[in-house]
Design a protein around this ligand. Structure first.
Ligand SMILES: [Zn+2]
Length: 278
């Protein structure tokens, strides 16, 4: 199994064009690190919309498995702190970038990718999709992707290298959902979050997140790398995951000819978490 995981991790790393250094705990140069337990290829055809906050379906994660996602960057110096904490534990995450800040920070965007993380998209100006016209929504999606791609690859294209999108504030609209589906872009919601946009200490953020995780036991976790409280609590959170037997799953875009992975099961009686902004 370990061999398969390593092979899959390396294949996925190659697939997304990153250096092929496996991030598994066995090969991590830091002794006792959390590591990345497996790579999950996500094909938007099979997983068009994931995250129980907004949708009926989520990723096929097992008990104890989490996917770490960071929104609203790139934003130095906090994004750099987050990257350092992830690197120390050999953990790979997904960053949903806002296009406007990304356009002026190409080096940081490229560093995120070079360190093996997945880059998803989070609009151009972090717009409220519920309050803009359908035409503006298209522009937010396209300009955001184009700015992220230009920063990442030097090519301004509205075809994303990684077809993952998350709506700011989880404000999807039927028209924008249809558009993303028609373009083969998976929409990521979240299963749980730290409410790290609310004023509180890093310790309070950590406590809130771990208590929610212990209830949910698994899921896509939403965090915000520009938030100082998040950057501050992340090393302790990753230690917590390690010490409590949680495992980190890295999501990457599937190759187009890949067979579907095991479908997710809707947790029975899954309680919808309280509605909050984000
Ligand atoms: Zn956001």
């Amino acid at each position: 199994m370990a061999g398969w995981v390593n092979a899959a991790a390396m294949a996925a790393a190659l697939l997304v064009g990153h250096c092929a250094a496996a991030a598994s705990a066995e090969t991590c140069p830091h002794e006792g690190a959390l590591g990345t337990s497996r790579v999950l290829s996500v094909d938007p055809k099979h997983y068009p919309r994931v995250g129980l906050k907004s949708f009926p379906d989520t990723l096929p994660l097992h008990d104890g498995e989490v996917v770490l996602t960071f929104d609203d960057g790139p934003s130095p110096p906090m994004t750099n702190k987050v990257l350092a904490a992830l690197a120390r534990e050999c953990v790979r995450a997904t960053f949903f970038l806002v296009g406007k800040p990304a356009s002026g920070r190409a080096a940081l965007v490229q560093r995120i990718a070079a360190e093996g993380h997945t880059i998803g998209h989070h609009s151009f100006t972090h717009a409220h999709f519920a309050h803009i016209t359908p035409e503006q929504a298209v522009e937010e999606i396209d300009r955001g992707i184009a700015a992220d791609e230009k920063a990442l690859n030097g090519i301004e294209t509205t075809t994303p290298s990684t077809p993952f999108f998350r709506f700011p504030y989880f404000e999807s609209t039927p028209a924008a959902l249809d558009l993303l589906a028609s373009r083969g872009i998976a929409v990521f919601g979240a299963d749980l979050w730290a409410s790290d946009w609310n004023p509180m200490s890093p310790q309070q953020t950590l406590k809130l997140l771990t208590s929610r995780l212990n209830q949910a036991r698994k899921g896509i976790i939403l965090l915000h790398d520009p938030q100082p409280r998040t950057a501050a609590m992340l090393p302790a959170f990753l230690r917590y995951l390690k010490e409590h037997g949680y495992r980190v799953v890295h999501v990457v875009p599937a190759k187009t000819d890949e067979p579907p992975q095991q479908h997710s099961e809707r947790p029975s009686g899954a309680a919808t978490p309280p509605l909050e902004g984000g």
